[in-house]
Design a protein around this ligand. Structure first.
Ligand SMILES: *Cc1c(COP(=O)(O)O)cnc(C)c1O
Length: 360
């Protein structure tokens, strides 16, 4: 068996150890004689898997007791709508920071439900930085302030978070959750689709402060109400059981490696391998201002687009796939989430040096 280094932005690589454990347990989980996929979500085996996944996530992220962890479906994209539906609480207006493609989608979705006040934007420089938010711009009566903590397409990451005062801070962490420690108590709500840094597609994690649940006005449809899922331990209807099980294995893998502080160290080392190369080379170019470079998604361009296919082909021959940049940006993008081993980034950097020597 030979595995490639998969630089996909999502669905993304999973830790090989996790896949192997899942494979070993696929047809008979823990002597139960059944696959996790086949278990009743109300049975004691699955309930234990579910509870343990939540407990491990709480431990990893140090989630305070007054926050609920919800295992939902519908992707981060459904949260673009569930957030205004649930958190507006009759207030009618919300603040958003616009740092790129995912922010824009969140803003567009929210506009169906409320007045959206874009309090800061980096659109003036093609989204290559995180804008400072002038305190005077923040609306004290906003229902919440929304940010995208890591723009997966642009490769721009918040290195610290805005102070929103009493207004709940809401973050789309789809592409950098679990990549570093964060102080959950600073947020009203954190959400993430699983398929970047957690597990398979089909699971969405929402971490939401108690007091923001059950205050929606008007009362939402049952399935779109956080209260429904919070009151039922994410088992109002059938949860994405297998995805939650795999996420649970990923949480245990992170714990074995030393938790989020250790993850952060690994991620800094990996990202620096690429950024150091850009800083030495005039061949490769990353458009992002240094202070806001993402540790997870690293876009870069070659001196001319005609080389792109040659580059991708050479990478593929060396067992490195999914390096093509997003269609809206062009060039290349290396997504190097938690599960990407350092050896994968080293192999990429070695190839990039070789490619530059040949074509530079
Ligand atoms: C991938 C992604 C999304 C969309 O996630 P879906 O699960 O496909 O809805 C939203 N926000 C960010 C930051 C993403 O990376």
């Amino acid at each position: 068996m030979s595995r490639v280094f998969n630089f996909s932005a999502g669905p993304a690589a999973l830790p090989e150890e996790v896949l192997k454990q899942a494979a070993a347990e696929l047809v008979d989980w823990n002597g139960s004689g059944q696959s996790v996929m086949e278990m009743s979500h109300r049975g004691k085996e699955y309930m234990a898997i579910h509870a343990e996944a939540e407990a491990d996530l709480r431990e990893l992220m140090n989630i305070p007791a007054n926050y609920k962890v919800l295992f939902l479906q519908g992707g981060a994209s459904l949260q673009f709508e569930m957030i205004p539906i649930n958190l507006l609480r009759g207030l009618g207006t919300a603040d958003y920071v616009n740092t790129g493609e995912w922010s824009k989608k969140a803003i567009k979705a929210a506009k169906l439900f409320c007045d959206v006040n874009v309090v800061a934007s980096s659109e003036d420089k093609n989204f290559n930085y995180v804008p400072k938010i002038a305190a005077s711009k923040l609306n004290k009566k906003a229902a919440y302030l929304h940010i995208c903590s890591n723009e997966t397409i642009g490769g721009v990451e918040f290195q610290d978070f805005p102070d929103s005062g009493k207004v709940p801070l809401v973050a789309d962490m789809s592409s950098n959750i679990l990549s570093r420690p964060v102080d959950v108590s600073k947020f009203g709500l954190i959400y993430a689709g699983a398929q970047k840094n957690i597990g398979p597609a089909g699971l969405t994690i929402v971490i939401v402060r108690d007091d923001l649940i059950g205050k929606a006005e008007p009362t939402p449809p049952v399935m779109l109400d956080y209260k429904t899922h919070a009151d039922n331990e994410s088992m109002y209807n059938t949860p994405p059981t297998y995805g939650i099980y795999i996420a649970g294995l990923v949480f245990k893998w992170i714990k074995r490696l030393g938790g989020l502080a250790a993850m952060e160290q690994r991620n800094i080392e990996k990202a620096n391998l690429l950024y150091d190369l850009f800083d030495q080379s005039s061949f490769y170019r990353n458009p992002v201002e240094k202070a806001y470079r993402s540790r997870m998604n690293v876009p870069f361009t070659l001196p001319n687009a005609e080389l792109d296919d040659v580059f991708l082909k050479g990478a593929k021959e060396r067992g490195m796939i999914q390096l093509k940049g997003h269609r809206s940006v062009g060039g290349m993008r290396a997504s190097i989430y938690n599960a990407m081993p350092k050896e994968g980034v080293e192999a990429l950097v070695a190839f990039m040096k070789e490619f530059e020597a040949k074509h530079g």
